[in-house]
Design a protein around this ligand. Structure first.
Ligand SMILES: [Fe+2]
Length: 412
């Protein structure tokens, strides 16, 4: 169950640059907490949907009560592009802001992080892509406060921003401790108006962060600890949050699940599901949470034999009684439990999300090229990705039935 010996040879690190404040109604403390960061005028980064839902009102009220001026930038789109970032940077500089507040999901939080990168470096965020030949971040971004309105991405505490380059049809990462938020305020009251399908998709995205980071080659005890509790919370609370959006205990549990799963990233990356989702998202404008949620079961079905003990532990965290099971049965039970959860919360298939099966060969090649391929618990090549994609479209039979002796769970 411990890290494999060969993985202990490299220097591991874990940093948590973000102060965490949370509670039911915590958003009313935004102003005084942001003031402690020395900020006097913020660029409030959000999207039109969050603005229309009124979720920014208590934030603005609290900031203004603390004497902090607010400039609103509500132009964030799903899969935010370098242009959305550049326009935000221009507004930040023109208005002479000295801090950032992001209210929304991963797109708003990642946009705010990327604006921060451009503001302090005086160059496009594209120059700081986490890729060979590009520069690492050199300066800390201006004081950033993240206020998530979904429970999924974990961007409120991660050290990553994912931005789309429309010219290459490519989503790139930029990151490291210098990009992390200074403060996050987690308030489940902001989550109760989230529609069931968004709750479901973002919740399974959080689960996939936890499962991928728990099983990937970069795992370490610190990230294992937070990942396992995130898995337990998703198993316990996601169905409740989807079925009854006003269940504040379930919302609070899911908000923590997403944040803990975000911490399980550490400063590293995830695995095959995120390699696939990120490359697919650059080509077809699918919603990240929904598409990664449709891929998680097939990815686990491919991966379990790379880390069978850890998969057995995932089954336990998912609430499966593995007593009397062989290691293989317990590992496969984790995969079945995730398939069941994905089914219960009604995640649409990739086909239903508008992805054509004819694109599988191309999508598999792109996923293989993604840097997150390296961390995947089972060695994977283009053929492996093709198998996973074919499983997503139910073009391959389930491999789970032999272990459980029960009707296999899966796609369709
Ligand atoms: Fe994700």
């Amino acid at each position: 169950m411990f890290m494999r010996f060969e993985r202990m040879e490299r220097l591991k690190s874990f940093e948590m640059p973000t102060v965490l404040k949370h509670g039911i109604g915590a958003v009313q403390y935004t102003g005084e907490e942001v003031k402690k960061l020395g900020v006097t005028k913020v660029l409030l980064v959000t999207d039109p949907g969050v603005r229309k839902a009124g979720l920014i009102h208590p934030v603005i009220e609290s900031l203004e009560a603390a004497g902090i001026s607010c400039v609103l930038y509500d132009k964030v789109e799903p899969n935010p592009s370098i242009h959305v970032v550049a326009n935000g940077t221009e507004l930040y500089l023109a208005e002479q802001c000295d801090g950032l507040v992001a209210v929304g999901g991963g797109s708003s939080m990642d946009t705010a992080k990327a604006i921060g990168v451009e503001v302090v470096h005086g160059e496009p965020v594209l120059n700081y892509e986490a890729a060979e030949g590009k520069k690492p971040l050199e300066k800390r971004i201006p004081p950033l406060t993240t206020i998530p309105t979904t429970a999924g991405t974990g961007s409120e505490v991660t050290q990553w921003a994912v931005i789309t380059d429309p010219y290459r049809k490519f989503k790139f990462n930029t990151g490291g401790p210098l990009i992390a938020a200074h403060l996050t305020i987690i308030d489940p009251n902001l989550h109760t108006s989230m529609p069931a399908h968004i709750t479901a998709a973002t919740g399974i995205d959080a689960l996939s962060h936890a499962i991928e980071c728990y099983t990937c080659h970069y795992a370490q005890p610190m990230t294992d600890a937070v990942a396992l509790l995130a898995i337990e919370y998703v198993a316990k609370y996601l169905r409740r949050a989807v079925a009854n959006g006003k269940d504040i205990e379930a919302r609070y549990g899911m908000a923590h699940a997403a944040m803990l799963a975000g911490l399980s990233y550490g400063s590293e990356s995830a695995g095959a599901a995120h390699a696939m989702a990120q490359t697919l998202g650059g080509i077809i404008p699918v919603a990240h949470g929904q598409c990664v949620a449709a891929m998680l079961g097939p990815v686990m079905e491919y991966n379990w034999m790379g880390e069978p003990e850890k998969f057995a532990r995932i089954a336990q965290a998912m609430g499966v009684n593995i007593h009397g099971m062989s290691l293989e049965e317990a590992a496969k039970a984790a995969v079945s439990a995730v398939y069941q959860l994905v089914k219960d919360v009604e995640i649409p298939t990739l086909e239903e999300q508008g992805v054509p099966a004819e694109m599988i060969p191309q999508l598999a090649v792109e996923a293989y090229k993604d840097p997150q391929t390296v961390g995947n618990p089972r060695d994977i090549d283009v053929k492996g990705y093709e198998w996973i994609y074919r499983r997503c479209f139910n073009l391959e039979p389930s491999t789970l039935e032999a272990a459980t002796g029960k009707q296999p769970l899966g796609i369709g």
